[in-house]
Ligand binder design. Structure first.
Ligand SMILES: Cc1cc2nc3c(=O)[nH]c(=O)nc-3n(C[C@H](O)[C@H](O)[C@H](O)COP(=O)(O)OP(=O)(O)OC[C@H]3O[C@@H](n4cnc5c(N)ncnc54)[C@H](O)[C@@H]3O)c2cc1C
Length: 456
């Protein structure tokens, strides 16, 4: 073998990528800047450190998309899931761990691997040659951030997310809401009906503003500056600036006619915009927020048409470095302009420990396959890994791209399954999604074993 794989960042994604590639027989150098260079959130020099919660969320692999990711990672011999299992704490249906023991074990396991060496240093450029995976996470160091911006253009690397809540399309009450773009703009009917609109009367609007002002909000972490505020004020901050501010901003009613009540002029309108190519997810336009999750659900369900809404993810604003992956990365997670460089983890625009580790798993296998000259079968789109990678490298809207958790809204709808739509069919539908995913993932792993056997 002639090539070494360099991985920058030993968090969830980098640790998993190193483990996967090393187990395929590739020599790996893992470059981690801690403890020499610190971040505001990490506390130790350990690999795989959990910066906040000690939970990998739901472990239910039949009814939950993140639980399905757990299952897929376990089948692929994932280090993060194996170590989590060893240091599991009682937490109901969630996979919570003893965070210190977990990170120490990830670190000692990688240190002991004969194909892995660890170098504690900050990498501040994108090398011209060699195979590299950058998995530097939401707190990518400033020097490296600048180097990435020089390569991609400043507007393709964000330093904060500003996430508006995302709703499952099927949970929107279309007997109240209607499809229309403002002033019917657009050349095609699809464009003229690109938005879903939820109307409010004056009383409903006033009650909504009161609820926003009274809601519980999250404080900013130390190190999170408010310098991003100009472009994306949280809605509750807009409401604090004046009760009419939202009605002249994201909730303005102009250029819209209620299809159900054409003679009634709405006092305010909440708009939702399609968030994925499948049309299964819609984000509430301009509704980035720092409200706590419980408050968000309560407040947003007061919006007419969203009274039964199911949220694929709630809103938030965080310090978070991430690429505009749909425009920058190919389906192998390589930088289109520099194919010797891959990205993995949260910096690719997924969100969460599990999703980040999952993207590390894929990037590690993809890079190792390339080095070994083996073709890696395409990751099936119907798996949780496949749904996520498909979303970030192509399925998501590039213009409004914001980090994404895994959720069933990213999955292709089931073909003529006979399963009921809406809430009533949800349990059967989720089971059918996870069954379909497991079959596809098992096949994908088996194809790689066969490929490996054939080449040895
Ligand atoms: C304050 C905060 C709280 C969070 N809370 C949660 C939570 O509760 N649950 C959850 O699921 N997710 C949470 N997240 C998101 C979480 O950080 C990610 O989901 C996960 O850690 C991302 O994994 P990663 O491997 O992509 O990045 P990380 O785990 O952050 O790993 C990146 C690594 O790269 C290193 N690095 C950065 N730049 C360089 C460089 N130039 N050279 C060398 N090394 C470098 C860093 O030191 C770090 O070890 C939180 C994030 C933040 C910032």
């Amino acid at each position: 073998m002639t090539h070494t794989l360099h991985i920058v960042g030993g968090g969830m994604a980098g640790s998993e990528a190193a483990w996967q590639a090393a187990n395929m027989g590739v020599q790996v150098v893992l470059h981690e800047m801690r403890p020499k260079v610190k971040t505001f959130a990490h506390q130790t020099g350990n690999l795989g450190e959990m910066v906040c919660s000690n939970s990998f969320r739901s472990d239910d692999h039949e009814q939950n998309a993140v639980g399905l990711l757990h299952w897929e990672m376990r089948q692929a011999g994932g280090l993060i899931m194996r170590t989590a299992q060893e240091h599991r704490l009682p937490a109901g249906g969630a996979l919570a761990v003893d965070r210190e023991a977990f990170a120490e074990k990830v670190t000692s396991t990688l240190r002991a691997h004969p194909n892995i060496s660890i170098s504690h240093e900050e990498v501040v450029n994108l090398p011209d040659d060699g195979q590299w995976i950058f998995a530097t996470g939401p707190l990518t160091s400033a020097g490296l951030g600048e180097a990435i911006q020089r390569e991609t253009g400043a507007d393709r690397l964000a330093f904060f997310d500003a996430i508006a809540p995302i709703v499952y399309a099927e949970s929107i009450d279309m007997s109240v809401a209607w499809r229309q773009s403002r002033y019917d703009k657009g050349e095609t009917e699809e464009e003229q009906k690109a938005y879903i609109n939820c109307p409010m009367t004056k009383d409903q609007y006033e009650a909504f503003i009161d609820a926003l002002l009274a809601a519980d909000k999250t404080e900013f972490h130390e190190g999170e500056t408010a310098g991003y505020f100009d472009g994306c004020l949280p809605i509750e901050v807009m409401a604090e600036r004046g009760r009419e501010t939202l009605r002249h901003g994201p909730m303005k009613p102009v250029g819209l006619t209620n299809a159900h009540k054409p003679d009634e002029k709405a006092y305010a309108v909440v708009q939702l915009r399609r968030d994925n190519a499948l049309g299964t997810l819609y984000n509430i336009v301009g509704f980035q927020t720092k409200m706590k999750y419980g408050a968000q659900t309560a407040v947003f369900k007061t919006i007419p048409g969203l009274q039964d809404a199911s949220f694929a993810r709630l809103g938030g604003i965080h310090r978070n470095t991430f690429l505009n992956s749909p425009t920058l990365l190919d389906n192998q997670m390589r930088l289109r302009s520099r194919p010797n460089i891959r990205f993995a983890g949260q910096v690719t625009g997924v969100e969460g420990y599990v999703e980040s580790a999952a993207m590390g798993l894929l990037a590690g296998r993809m890079a190792a396959s390339e080095i070994l000259g083996r073709a890696l079968p395409v990751v099936p789109q119907d798996t949780a890994h496949g749904a996520l990678i498909h979303h970030i490298t192509g399925g998501a809207e590039a213009k409004t791209f914001q980090p994404m958790n895994v959720n069933f809204g990213l999955f292709r709808p089931l073909e003529a399954s006979g399963i009921k739509g809406g809430r009533r069919g949800r349990k059967d539908r989720y089971k059918a999604y996870t069954d379909r995913a497991k079959q596809a993932w098992t096949g994908w792993l088996a194809d790689q074993h066969e490929g490996q056997a054939a080449s040895t």
